[in-house]
Ligand binder design. Structure first.
Ligand code: SR1
Ligand code: MG
Length: 402
């Protein structure tokens, strides 16, 4: 920690030039702090004259969204830079390229994606991304299937498991996703008019409690694949052509359902904010039908890709036995529904919310979207075994959103 200091928009330029031969001598710098996540500082350093830019991401020794009272392992960027390099190779560039990781400054320098937008903000503006499903499904299948025991040599996989032990970040998920939202108090944060609703429908339901508990211990004990660990729409950069995944600092070996479920949940929450928040008319119709198709296809295309890749890449003799592939894939998608439900719950009543729902300006519509979100979440957790294909999600949404 002796060599660590917190960067700002002035010092980051010298910092980068001391580490990398990236910018030209005559560079005209423009530097902004663009981090809007819960944890880190993120700078974009741009040379206007030569049109070259990069991103510097620095870990803080605490949770940015909470302040110094919530300390956090400052070395987390090391895991992030390692997984990004692995994912870059596995996915042929569906993540940004890493130029440098500096363990003294807990800093990562990487490719700038200035012609992309954070997907959550694009979706809030009702933008449509035609290539998203194919690319994100490729990302998930390649990073998850290829790092699992059915494909990897088992001792090598165990070395990976060891080197991606990420206890502090996992603890955040164990608490914020799988524990606090199903109880009263702690760091939960909800609108006043949801307090009673939350108690009655979530906290006081014993059936929900046991199913959420099962999902929590699946998250903690099922070292199935090398997860991104926080695959919501704020961790994805998109434009009309391309998709890039960022921010895998919560990476560890966990259940594949955790990545797919987080993504599906965030798409559903955007749908709810649009269904209840947009004015009636052709724009709403077009956007909402695209989002419904995106939810359905995210499940179905990912599932189909797992099944079709399997025969080409699986190496384990027992995994090749007839019927095992279908069992494995079904199990992943059953738990995907459960994870989606936990993510939807925590984003409504827990510590970390989503702008899709919180940003709805009409209070009545926001209440309707948030309560519907909680009821659908509960159904997805309790009856997750029914949600093995995309149409089932659309049936559920259709039942609630009338
Ligand atoms: C204290 S961190 C809160 C949330 O932000 C991250 O993006 C993760 O989703 C985490 O749960
Ligand atoms: Mg993040």
């Amino acid at each position: 920690m002796e060599k660590y200091y917190e960067l700002d928009t002035a010092s980051v330029i010298n910092y980068v030039n001391g580490k990398l031969d990236f910018f030209a001598k005559d560079a005209e710098y423009e530097c902004l702090e663009i981090g809007d996540g819960n944890l880190n500082l993120v700078f974009r350093v741009n040379d206007k004259k030569n049109d070259k830019s990069l991103i510097v991401k620095q870990s803080l020794p605490y949770v940015r969204a909470a302040g110094e009272d919530w300390p956090l392992d400052i070395g987390r960027g090391e895991i992030e830079s390692r997984i990004l390099q692995i994912e870059y190779k596995l996915t042929n560039g569906l993540v940004p390229e890493i130029y440098l990781y500096d363990g003294d400054m807990c800093c990562m320098v990487m490719e700038d994606l200035s012609d992309y937008k954070i997907m959550r903000y694009g979706l809030i503006e009702h933008e449509i991304y035609p290539n998203f499903v194919e690319q994100i499904a490729d990302f998930m299948v390649k990073t998850l299937l290829l790092t699992s025991d059915v494909v990897m040599e088992h001792k090598e996989k165990k070395d990976y498991v060891k080197s991606f032990i990420n206890p502090e970040l996992c603890e955040i998920t164990e608490d914020l996703v799988y524990t606090e939202p199903f109880n009263i108090g702690a760091r939960n944060d909800m609108e006043e008019n949801l307090v009673e609703f939350h108690k009655k429908n979530i906290v006081d339901d014993p059936k929900l409690a046991i199913e959420a508990a099962k999902l929590k211990f699946d998250f903690m004990n099922n070292a199935q694949a090398l997860l991104h660990g926080d695959l919501h729409t704020g961790s994805i950069f998109v434009n009309k052509e391309q998709t890039k995944v960022i921010d895998p600092e919560f990476a560890f070996y966990g259940p594949i359902a955790y990545d797919i479920g987080a993504l599906v949940a965030n798409l559903i929450m955007n749908y709810l904010s649009s269904f209840y928040g947009m004015q009636e008319g052709p724009e709403k119709e077009k956007y909402c039908s695209w989002m419904l198709k995106t939810i359905k296809d995210t499940v179905d295309v990912t599932k189909t890709k797992f099944l079709s890749e399997w025969d080409d890449v699986v190496t384990d003799k027992m995994a090749k036995k007839e019927g095992y592939k279908e069992f494995w894939v079904d199990d992943v998608f059953i738990n995907t529904a459960g994870v989606s439900g936990c993510e939807m719950t925590r984003r409504t009543v827990g510590f970390a919310h989503v702008k899709d729902l919180d940003g709805m300006t009409d209070a009545k519509a926001r209440y309707k979207a948030k309560t519907t979100n909680l009821l659908m979440a509960k159904e997805l957790i309790i009856n997750r075994a029914d949600y093995t294909n995309g149409q089932k999600y659309l049936d559920l949404i259709g039942k609630y959103c009338k």
